[in-house]
Write a protein that binds this ligand. Structure first.
Ligand SMILES: Cc1cc2nc3c(=O)[nH]c(=O)nc-3n(C[C@H](O)[C@H](O)[C@H](O)COP(=O)(O)OP(=O)(O)OC[C@H]3O[C@@H](n4cnc5c(N)ncnc54)[C@H](O)[C@@H]3O)c2cc1C
Length: 348
């Protein structure tokens, strides 16, 4: 029997991880991307963190995701012979005696206690940290831009990459499959991020995109490889460069940074960071978030073999590998999808 051809449309973080995952079942996986410079994956800081420090609680499904994705990304590093996964501790600065007491009380008996410890070492004089800090474990960052770039190069080297915008109204529904740019595919998975709610087979799904902004700064001095956090994060990237973010904006849904957001990020950074710095770039993009803040996975209610993999919101790095594995098992082994992520929770 001839092997099926599968098209993964959209080569951001979600499409790239899924394309690698589907290759475990099928060698004819094609990846298409239009290189949208302001896509979420090209702008993201890529931080993974099992704690919502401001709320003092763990993130949704912390153990499911955090037990899974580190080895997953490491195996992709080996597959593509590149280094894009960077585990790195995070220091969350505290802002009052009450804050200290509350973190102290969380040290025993609560799920969050697995993920942090009170930081008892001396904090560098580069920071205002009069109330101390907690050290969060399991944190780090994925260089999402590099990961996407390397995955495109990998599929290109195997003659399985389509460098094109493919508007979904150009996907022709055929008997037992789909025609795209004169090629026949047995299956298509749509991974177009926040574009899906504007131009897609799945526009009926309630997306709720969120704009986010990030600064690239150059600072004078040197920083340890630690992510620092207090209302905003400071992520040292290389030499004297760092990223600072990020914002959440629900009303002005474009790809332009708001002047007020730059002020906000500057103000929050200056609250704890004492080294002089200059802003080199400001990035803005839209996170592909959903109404109920859960991902969208599944097969189209009317079109067979047409799937969606989307809705990764602000936690794409930690969620995507876990859900990519599930979608692969659903497509090739007919295993049911987790009800929290299955699109069947929304009426078509
Ligand atoms: C400011 C900001 C900071 C963030 N920080 C973090 C963070 O620290 N940690 C974290 O986990 N997540 C973070 N995120 C969220 C993260 O970026 C997303 O969860 C993730 O990147 C979504 O990936 P995606 O592939 O679904 O979407 P996208 O990255 O949008 O990818 C979709 C891709 O599809 C392509 N495409 C769309 N339509 C077509 C078409 N018709 N034809 C061809 N190609 C098409 C686009 O060019 C794009 O490459 C952040 C997001 C923002 C905006």
């Amino acid at each position: 029997m001839q092997e099926e051809k599968i098209l993964v449309l959209g080569g951001g973080l979600a499409g790239c991880v899924l394309a690698h995952e589907l290759q475990k079942y099928n060698s004819k996986v094609y990846l298409a991307d239009d290189f949208f410079e302001k896509s979420s994956s090209r702008v993201a800081a890529g931080i993974f963190n099992p704690i919502l420090a401001g709320h003092k609680r763990v993130t949704w499904r912390d153990s499911d995701f955090f037990d899974f994705f580190p080895l997953y990304y490491k195996s992709l590093e080996q597959k593509m012979k590149t280094n894009f996964f960077h585990p790195m501790p995070m220091l969350h600065f505290l802002d009052s005696i009450e804050d200290q007491n509350e973190w102290d009380a969380l040290q025993t008996g609560k799920p969050i206690s697995n993920w942090f410890s009170i930081f008892n070492e001396k904090i560098s004089s580069q920071f205002n940290a009069q109330f101390g800090a907690v050290k969060i474990h399991g944190t780090g960052w994925l260089d999402t831009r590099l990961f996407v770039q390397e995955t495109h190069a990998y599929f290109k080297a195997h003659h399985k990459f389509i460098a094109h915008k493919i508007p979904q109204n150009e996907i022709k529904v055929k008997q037992n499959g789909y025609e795209v740019m004169s090629e026949f595919y047995d299956k298509i998975v749509l991974c177009t991020g926040e574009m899906e709610h504007k131009d897609g087979f799945f526009t009926y799904l309630p997306f709720k995109p969120v704009k986010g902004e990030i600064l690239d700064i150059e600072f004078k001095g040197s920083l340890d490889p630690i992510i620092y956090h207090k209302k905003v994060f400071l992520l040292p990237i290389q030499n004297q460069m760092a990223r600072v973010g990020s914002t959440y904006i629900w009303d002005k849904l474009d790809y332009e940074a708001e002047p007020t957001s730059i002020d906000f990020l500057n103000e929050k950074l200056s609250d704890f960071f004492k080294l002089p710095y200059t802003i080199k770039h400001v990035h803005a993009s839209l996170r592909p978030a959903t109404n109920d803040r859960r991902p969208y996975l599944g097969e189209h209610p009317s079109y067979k073999n047409l799937y969606i993999f989307n809705g990764m919101g602000s936690k794409g790095v930690s969620m995507v590998p876990y859900w990519a594995k599930q979608l692969g098992e659903f497509i090739f082994q007919e295993k049911p999808l987790d009800k929290d992520a299955w699109i069947g929770r929304v009426r078509g």
